[in-house]
Design a protein around this ligand. Structure first.
Ligand code: CA
Length: 333
């Protein structure tokens, strides 16, 4: 701006001189002309120095403003970080309190009656061969006879299988009611049913997830604490104490409600059950999707709605085989 202004002023000086030179030869003495020029030059110099001073002042004002903005921005960021930290601490404490409340509730409601309603109790009654069993009708719990598949071998046995994917002909893109009561074939692919999983996990339970990829490699994830709320509480998932070699990809789903194609209970603007084509404890949306679409070898890396476990193969690899199973925390083989 300064340079332009000076140039403009100088050009005016030149322009003012030119007509005199060209059109009418100067009648005034040379000295007068030079005086005018000199006085103009002095004016230009004065203006230039004023402009320079203004420029400097503006620059330092600007610097001050920028510095203040930067300081505010930093303070803002520090405050945001503090809020985030406080929020995460609060959520962690809240989670622990909920787990403790559940554990208290569980030990209070435990009776000899529900102690027989799983594969672990069959195991202690000397049924030690893996396979399909019928759990008797339970008057106390008001539960019907239930077919279950018991894994009596893995890591000491006593596991009630609650989910399996291995054949791929059964769709898992089902509605709330079907996930509530269960579907599929107990020897093939199935979901045991949210009501049954809720009943099984009223006693402190361990969840074990076994995974197999298309190269035949296997991994597992175990949660030392696992429970599912009742239907009124949307079968909300609580879990803790991960161990294993598959990665902790159910942790992201902790503290979330169950969602299906016709019930969006997730923590997302999106409808995760629709996007991921399953029923699951969707957050926003997944770090695992064990009830997703079964894709065969060759097709298994082309979609994000497959049977995924991000901690092992990421979001674009649909696994070949999955089993989810539970047994009581204090189980002794
Ligand atoms: Ca949603």
């Amino acid at each position: 701006v300064q340079v332009q202004t000076v140039a403009l002023l100088l050009s005016r000086v030149t322009w003012a001189q030119n007509p005199r030179k060209r059109l009418a030869p100067p009648k005034t003495p040379k000295a007068q002309c030079c005086d005018e020029v000199r006085s103009l030059k002095v004016q230009v110099a004065n203006l230039t120095s004023i402009l320079e001073e203004l420029g400097r002042k503006q620059e330092s004002d600007l610097m001050n403003v920028v510095r203040q903005i930067m300081e505010l921005d930093q303070q803002n960021r520090q405050q945001e970080a503090r809020v985030t930290e406080a929020e995460s601490k609060y959520s962690e404490i809240n989670n622990r309190v909920e787990i403790m409340q559940l554990q208290t509730l569980q030990s209070a409601t435990q009776t000899s009656s529900d102690a027989t309603y799983d594969c672990a109790s069959l195991f202690t009654k000397s049924y030690k061969i893996s396979g399909e069993y019928k759990l008797p009708k339970d008057e106390f719990l008001g539960t019907p006879e239930l077919s279950v598949f018991c894994d009596m071998e893995t890591n000491g046995g006593g596991w009630t299988v609650i989910q399996r994917r291995k054949i791929g002909l059964t769709s898992f893109h089902r509605d709330w009611k079907q996930y509530k009561s269960g579907f599929g074939s107990i020897r093939g692919d199935f979901w045991l049913g949210n009501d049954h999983i809720f009943r099984l996990t009223r006693q402190p339970s361990v969840l074990r997830i076994e995974l197999e990829d298309w190269e035949g490699e296997t991994r597992y994830a175990e949660y030392g604490f696992f429970t599912v709320s009742n239907e009124l509480n949307s079968y909300k998932l609580f879990l803790a104490n991960y161990s294993g070699n598959a990665g902790d990809s159910l942790r992201y789903h902790n503290n979330t409600n169950f969602s299906t194609i016709n019930k969006d209970n997730d923590k997302c603007v999106d409808h995760c059950a629709s996007l991921r084509k399953g029923g699951y404890w969707y957050n926003c949306c997944t770090d695992s999707n064990l009830n997703g679409v079964f894709y065969r070898y060759g097709e298994h890396t082309k979609s994000t709605d497959g049977i995924t476990w991000y901690g092992w193969h990421g979001p674009n690899y649909s696994l070949k085989r999955v089993e989810m199973k539970v047994r009581p925390v204090g189980f002794q083989p």
